[in-house]
Design a protein around this ligand. Structure first.
Ligand code: DGJ
Length: 738
């Protein structure tokens, strides 16, 4: 065949391939979204409405897909249909909608009919299916997207909304996902909290009606409730068996998750941006992309689902998830606002002496007309305070380098104190009701990131720091206030409805972060929110880690880290050793080692043995941190249900593991842990030596003998770490032996 003919044939074949991928509109459409262990099946009905007909283990035989529907006899005459793949409001459906709009002409009705779908295969493991739905009356359309990572059993679901009406359409509700699960009892674990008590799990059986988990805080959205959830099918969630879904709405502001048990006792899940005060005005031909609902499914309990999510987060979400992190010494709890450059330079020596990689200068380094000597002034004025740092930041970066440590810095760029030059110059940049008294949260207000000038300003803070100090190694990005008195002078000036503010704020913030990452793609940044008010999969595209809570009391921290671990790999969570609580230093260091280790103590005041211990523990951490950051994590003994907590990390080829064991109940005398801790994730055929590490100076391990066992033994019988009132924290290193 000649070259020209071949090209022609290729073109025809390519055209046919595209035709195959786009389904025939006239026939009934059946759309499977399948991972290795799970399948979501959607199908059009006689009215060409798209419905979810199956959610469960993958059906093996494609020809049987269409037989699913005939096995259900639901009476649907009352509320419309419950299993709509994206429930519109204002026409035939009276159940909780996924989308509700007011058209340009003021009409509040919406119908969505299936138009077409296609599947794009990105690589052997990843595909994106998109389904186009159209209103037959108005030029209004919705596309549903399903991105699948097959091996990890992770699905990311979002929606794009577009119209060609003559004027803007008001989106009153615009969910990311609308799922349906049939024939089960459903248990929901949601995570609530408050400052210092973040991420507390509560499991409830879902009963009739809607259970809503939401946030209206604007900026520190995760503080009281979080967008993370565990759904367990048939029975309460457990670690190593049962079908569970671990999910999160990846949106860094107000969210709403509605779990509704309908009158068939089935579960509808509608998740998206919280419609509270957020009717969004969408101009013709513009696309509104919702945030993503991201979930992992497992038929083997929460442990497997977490490990899948961890892998996914590391490979596909968090910045540099497969890379390294910097251990650090932070001055916040050592100095608070009370320091000068000499005091700080002295701390570099401590950082060097401890053996950490970096020194992090926290709050209090800026502001001149209104010096930041307390939390009531200076925020917004990002120039070095001349009294505290007369030689400037550049000097500190250089001095740190001389000591052989890197230098990082704290900023809180979205915020402003009313006592600041920034506020005096730009009151119109601040989110505040012009006619009402200001309401402060930690004496501060939030800048209006819907305003492009404010976006430039915030980008400029980071850019300026790096331009002036190219060797700056780390940024801690804090956020200590919620949005009160939500009102934007900018939107008002532009004639854009105020109800766009919550959404435009976040999109403005993402734009800034995108600009930062375009110019500074790799520099590590910690997301902090005066504790655990922030940390979601969308933010993590731009950050290397986040701060789960200001609560560093190590006993409480065990629970907190345990609960975060359902959704986040340990490389993502920053754990600092501080002076909080009454636990010995060893306990504190061991707990902080289950993540990215840092210190926030006056290292020079440590006594000799404490110093020796810290240095040894940091050197041990350096030897196993790769397993904690990149290995598989197994939750072994749940502190919510037991006197001890145990958790382990295993490397990829199962040759090395680290097991952390802690006493979490001191209310009665425990002579020694009665039972062994059953390990997980090892190779049953390999032999392993069990050795205790992180021992305090002059204390020898109470584990006797050579302790060599097969993986089989360790995963069936287990190993007793001998946790006692005298040995409240025991770290075991498990190494393969010949
Ligand atoms: C809140 C953070 O959580 C702390 O670690 C510290 O950075 C302070 N803000 C500083 O104001």
């Amino acid at each position: 065949m000649k070259k020209g003919q071949l090209r022609y044939l290729n073109r025809i074949m390519f055209f046919c391939g595209c035709m195959l991928a786009i389904a025939d509109v006239s026939a009934q459409a059946i759309i499977p979204i399948a991972t290795e262990n799970n399948m979501l099946l959607m199908q059009t009905d006689d009215n060409n409405r798209l419905r979810t007909v199956y959610f469960g283990k993958p059906l093996e035989n494609e020809r049987e897909y269409k037989a699913v529907v005939s096995n259900y006899n639901y009476d649907e005459s009352n509320a419309g249909i419950y299993n709509s793949a994206y429930t519109p409001a204002g026409t035939w459906n009276l159940s909780e909608p996924a989308i509700q709009v007011k058209h340009a002409d003021g009409n509040p009705s919406l119908e969505l009919k299936y138009a077409s779908h296609k599947k794009e295969q990105i690589d052997a493991n990843t595909s994106v299916t998109s389904i186009l739905l159209k209103d037959p009356v108005y030029p209004f359309e919705v596309t549903l997207f399903y991105k699948v990572w097959k091996k990890e059993n992770v699905i990311e679901q979002w929606t794009e909304i577009k119209h060609k009406e003559k004027k803007p359409v008001l989106l009153q509700k615009y969910a990311s996902a609308n799922l349906y699960f049939a024939n089960k009892n459903f248990y929901l674990t949601s995570f609530q909290g408050e400052y210092l008590k973040e991420m507390q799990p509560v499991e409830t059986r879902l009963l009739q009606g809607i259970r809503t988990v939401d946030s209206k805080l604007g900026t520190r959205a995760m503080l009281l409730q979080t967008p993370n959830f565990i759904l367990s099918f048939g029975k309460p969630a457990s670690e190593n068996e049962g079908t569970v879904m671990l999910g999160q709405l990846a949106w860094s502001s107000n969210f709403k998750l509605d779990f509704e048990i309908d009158s068939h006792k089935n579960l509808r899940l509608i998740a998206g941006i919280n419609p509270f005060a957020s009717e969004y005005s969408l101009a013709p031909n513009e696309t509104f992309k919702t945030p993503s609902l991201i979930y992992a499914l497992s038929n083997n309990g929460t442990g497997e689902a977490s490990r899948n999510l961890h892998n996914w987060v590391r490979k596909h979400r968090i910045l540099d998830g497969q890379g390294e992190r910097l251990t650090l010494l932070n001055n916040w709890e050592a100095t608070y606002f009370d320091f000068d450059e000499n005091k700080i330079a002295d701390l570099f020596k401590d950082a060097k002496d401890l053996g950490v990689d970096m020194f992090l200068l926290d709050d209090g380094w800026f502001g001149n007309k209104y010096p930041r000597n307390n939390d009531d002034a200076g925020l917004g004025d990002w120039q070095e305070n001349k009294k505290k740092l007369p030689s400037g930041l550049g000097y500190l970066v250089k001095e740190a380098k001389k000591e052989g440590v890197k230098f990082g810095i704290w900023i809180e760029p979205e915020m402003v104190n009313p006592r600041s030059e920034l506020y005096e110059k730009h009151p119109d940049w601040v989110i505040r009701q012009p006619e009402r008294p200001e309401i402060y949260y930690r004496n501060q207000l939030v800048l209006d990131l819907s305003n492009p000038e404010v976006q430039d300003f915030v980008f400029g803070i980071v850019d300026d720091l790096f331009v002036k100090n190219p060797e700056l190694a780390f940024i801690k990005w804090d956020c200590n206030a919620v949005i009160y008195n939500a009102y934007s002078a900018y939107l008002n000036k532009k004639g854009i409805p105020q109800s766009n503010l919550y959404v435009d704020y976040v999109q403005g913030l993402y734009k800034v972060l995108q600009r930062i990452r375009a110019k500074y793609p790799t520099v590590p940044m910690m997301l902090c929110s005066g504790g655990g008010g922030r940390g979601d999969y969308e933010f993590l595209k731009y950050f290397t880690e986040f701060w789960p809570s200001d609560n560093t009391e190590p006993l409480e921290r065990i629970f907190l880290q345990w609960d975060y671990s359902y959704f986040f790999p340990s490389i993502a969570t920053d754990n600092h050793v501080t002076d909080w609580g009454k636990q010995p230093l060893k306990f504190r260091v061991d707990v902080a080692s289950m993540g990215k280790l840092g210190f926030d103590i006056v290292a020079s005041k440590l006594d000799t043995n404490d110093k020796i211990f810290c240095k040894q523990a940091i050197s041990n951490y350096n030897s196993f941190k790769d397993i904690v950051w990149h290995g598989d994590m197994f939750r072994l003994v749940n502190p919510h249900e037991n006197d001890i907590a145990a958790l382990m990390y295993v490397n990829e080829n199962k040759s090395k593991a680290i097991v952390f064991n802690y006493l979490v109940n001191n209310r009665f005398s425990i002579t020694a842990t009665k039972q062994p801790v059953v390990l997980n994730g090892l190779d049953p055929k390999k032999k392993y030596a069990v050795k205790e590490i992180n021992l305090y100076p002059d204390i020898s391990s109470s584990l006797k003998g050579d302790n060599i066992f097969t993986g089989d033994f360790l995963m069936k019988v287990g190993f007793n770490p001998h946790v006692t009132l005298q040995r409240t924290s025991v770290v075991l290193e498990i190494s393969e032996v010949e």
